[in-house]
Design a protein around this ligand. Structure first.
Ligand code: BGC
Length: 379
């Protein structure tokens, strides 16, 4: 570890962009609780069946968020009177292709797809289009196809910026730069077949690249490009083994100060690698993450993860469900992004939700007071 700033403690109490986060979280919270209330009301008088079937394809049950996404979507769509079937493909692309094909065979009325690798789904999506089945892309953009009608997600570049800015502000990189000091950092980025992972990396580098260039951030492995740091299928095991290898090869003499992780699952692997390498509370690095899973939030509380990105999947499911309604009823859903999400064929009309950075200072307000988790779940 190079000269550390004495003001570190001070810096860690500095407000990063919680004011901004707070306001977006408040609005997300407000929106979602309104939406939840609306859903409850609707449930009361709308349980009448529409006679329509919705097929939902989720990537995996290995991560908590997708289980919640699947459950939220099913609940909301059933409350709207749809028959819903959710399939998980356990990160197996061939399995996801056959799940989409099966839904086409069953003649569902609409498909919602959170893809594993959307490039391999193009042919199956064409089959859906040929059968007149509209498709909504859920959280991950479906690339290279004109068969998708709408896309609902979070601001993925924004997720990267939140992570980058958290590091920048909590480590006070400007002060470190002025003092000629540096922090060591390593990157653990998302799956190369997931468009979100690229956008997230871009958002991180938009903030951190200047500090890598001027030496304020010192990446000893030299692995800073997306290609060098991306981890196929968001594998926790691969993140752990990458971290173990990096610690052994580059951090024998000096501690790692920052593990810039794009996913809570990676952060669990990084935690295990750090423990294996003998890191303790004394020299534990800043560890970032994404999804604010229950386990990640517990780790934030006990200090083995520093922050995560909260994505209110209730809100996402609500917005996506309203897209399903719209395509089936021939109406226009709410869209707030019509320029950014080009899938290689066209710019897909999108609804983007705001992500929020959470750490030990605001998890109570954002996650518990916001009704996402109960206090008991985090014990
Ligand atoms: C999602 C993230 C998630 C990751 C791994 C991404 O596409 O946007 O929220 O952490 O996949 O499952």
């Amino acid at each position: 570890m190079k000269k550390k700033l004495l003001g570190l403690l001070l810096a860690s109490t500095m407000v990063f962009s919680l004011a901004a986060c707070g306001s977006s979280s408040d609005s997300a919270k407000d929106d979602s609780s309104k939406d939840a209330a609306a859903t409850d009301d609707a449930a009361g008088d709308s349980a009448e069946s529409t006679g329509k079937k919705i097929g939902i394809c989720m990537p995996t049950q290995s991560s908590e968020r997708w289980i919640n996404d699947g459950a939220n979507m099913k609940k909301i769509l059933e409350e709207k009177g749809y028959e819903v079937e959710v399939q998980f493909a356990e990160d197996d692309t061939a399995q996801q292709v056959s799940q989409v094909e099966n839904f086409v065979g069953k003649q569902v009325d609409c498909l919602v797809i959170a893809s594993i690798d959307s490039k391999v789904l193009v042919e199956a999506e064409n089959q859906a289009k040929g059968a007149g089945i509209p498709i909504i892309a859920y959280d991950r953009l479906l690339m290279d196809t004109d068969a998708v009608s709408y896309y609902a997600s979070f601001d993925n570049v924004g997720v990267g910026r939140l992570i980058g800015n958290y590091i920048k502000e909590k480590k006070d990189l400007e002060a470190a730069k002025a003092a000629g000091e540096s922090y060591t950092i390593e990157f653990f980025m998302g799956s190369p077949d997931d468009n979100n992972a690229v956008l997230l990396y871009d958002g991180i580098m938009e903030v951190l690249k200047p500090y890598l260039d001027d030496g304020t951030l010192d990446c000893k492995s030299g692995r800073t490009s997306f290609e060098e740091t991306s981890i196929l299928r968001w594998s926790q095991e691969q993140a752990q083994s990458n971290c173990e290898n990096i610690l052994t090869a580059y951090y024998a003499e000096e501690d790692l100060d920052i593990a810039c992780s794009a996913f809570d699952g990676f952060s669990y692997g990084i935690k295990a690698a750090l423990q294996g390498a003998g890191y303790t509370a004394e020299n534990w690095p800043m560890v970032t993450g994404q999804d604010a899973e229950v386990m990640a939030t517990k780790n934030i509380i006990d200090g083995t993860q520093t922050m995560s990105i909260y994505k209110d999947t209730r809100l996402l499911a609500e917005k996506c469900a309203s897209m399903v309604d719209a395509v089936l009823q021939g109406t226009e859903p709410e869209i707030n992004e019509t320029e950014t999400y080009d899938n290689g064929v066209f710019v897909v009309p999108t609804y983007i939700c705001d992500p929020v950075a959470v750490d030990k200072d605001n998890y109570q307000e954002v996650l518990i007071d916001g009704g996402y988790y109960t206090e008991d779940q985090l014990k």
